[in-house]
Ligand binder design. Structure first.
Ligand code: ATP
Ligand code: MG
Length: 291
């Protein structure tokens, strides 16, 4: 049985006269890596933001399946959407959106500290993720002291450190040259599907998309070439370490009830012991300063 971790039905979104989403159905399976492609303005970012609870669709439903129940992302109020994003989703953007005043380890640790993890525990986990992504020894550098590819790996570490089961990445390699892009994509896949998590990625780059387990293409706010958008299952070997169910405490949300009845338990300081990124050992990961 293939149970989607994210299931969208009939998503529409209009900005004034502009139709950004014109009826999208999409099922994403746990452990998949899904690349969303399409021309500029075709609705890729809008779709990703709707799935991630950043924007609310005008119509349609988004169900996020957790081991303890289904969360209707489209029905949450802003406070609970924000909580969901912080606790269950990781994000990597084109420019990383890192905080330049903070060091690499602080940029990653902050994701845990926002959830209440004490600083020392958060920085310990953050440093482990940085090391797993080939950045050992660079923990105390500020973002401006890292290359573009290194900074993106800090952003990837930040998206992983909370143990989020789904990572959304909007053109994570868009600002990188092809070699660095391949390196960052390898790190991103290692840190997501390589740990049994799910990756939803927007890209304009066919080479990047080809490394994902599935590509969906948007045109004018619709999925094209794949009726219904409902997924081709990810080959089983893609899922190396299935996502640990006990990590997600969301309860089935009865209609009209508050999203969470109980305070959200803090994530374990290091919910996924990171494994060394292979590039680190082979020297593929460049450790030099910005070229
Ligand atoms: N906040 C907004 N206000 C008004 N129009 C918007 C807004 N966000 C997106 N749009 C419009 O909706 C359409 C889809 O935008 P979206 O950002 O999803 O495209 P995209 O496929 O991600 O494009 P790109 O590849 O350029 O990033 C575009 O016509 C865009 O101008
Ligand atoms: Mg976009």
């Amino acid at each position: 049985m293939n149970t989607s971790i994210l299931s969208a039905r009939g998503l529409t979104k209009q900005y004034g006269p502009t139709v950004a989403l014109a009826g999208v159905d999409l099922d994403i399976l746990p452990g998949e890596s899904v690349a969303i492609m399409g021309a500029s303005g075709s609705g890729k970012t809008t779709l990703m933001h709707a799935l991630a609870g950043i924007v609310t669709p005008d119509t349609g439903s988004i169900a996020f399946t957790t081991p303890t129940g289904v969360v209707r992302v489209d029905q949450l109020d802003e406070r609970h959407r924000s909580q969901l994003r912080r606790e269950s989703f990781g994000f990597v953007f084109q420019q990383g959106l890192l905080i330049p005043e903070l060091t690499a380890v602080e940029n990653v640790a902050i994701a845990l500290m926002l959830g209440g993890t004490p600083r020392i525990a958060a920085e310990t986990s953050a440093a482990a993720w940085l090391a797993a992504l080939g950045l050992a020894g660079m923990e105390t550098r500020r973002i401006g002291e890292l290359s573009g590819g290194q900074a993106q790996r800090v952003a990837i570490a930040r998206a992983q450190v909370t143990g989020a089961p789904i990572v959304f990445a909007d053109e994570p390699t868009g600002a990188l040259d092809s070699r660095t892009s391949a390196d960052v994509m390898g790190a991103l896949l290692h840190a997501t599907t390589g740990q049994g998590r799910t990756l939803v990625l927007v890209t304009h780059d066919e080479t990047v998309a080809a490394r994902c387990s599935r590509i969906i293409r948007l045109a004018d706010g619709r999925i094209v070439g794949q009726p219904g958008g409902v997924g081709v299952p990810t080959p089983p070997q893609q899922v190396q370490q299935p996502y640990a169910p006990q990590q997600l405490p969301y309860q089935q949300q009865p209609a009209g009830q508050p999203f969470l009845q109980q305070p959200y338990p803090q994530p374990a300081a290091q919910p996924y012991p990171p494994q060394a990124y292979p590039g680190q050992a082979t020297g593929v990961v460049p450790n030099g300063a910005r070229p």
